[in-house]
Design a protein around this ligand. Structure first.
Ligand SMILES: [Zn+2]
Length: 61
């Protein structure tokens, strides 16, 4: 499904045009950059991983 407003980012929930797809889910540029720069010990990193886990769980359900 293509949306004139772009794709809905699974991390921030905003509609963006620039970003990447992981397991067919969209992650905007801003969140992708943030993920890359987030340290594994940072609480936010676990938030990102949790978001991604939810996708994988859904895909495997
Ligand atoms: Zn985002």
């Amino acid at each position: 499904m293509h949306d004139q407003n772009g794709h809905r980012c699974i991390i921030c929930g905003q509609h963006k045009h620039e970003g990447i797809f992981i397991v067919s889910e969209f992650i905007c540029d801003a969140c992708e950059v943030e993920m890359v720069h987030t340290d594994a010990t940072d609480a936010k990193y676990h938030f990102f991983i949790d978001q991604l886990k939810q996708i994988w769980v859904q895909k495997n359900a």
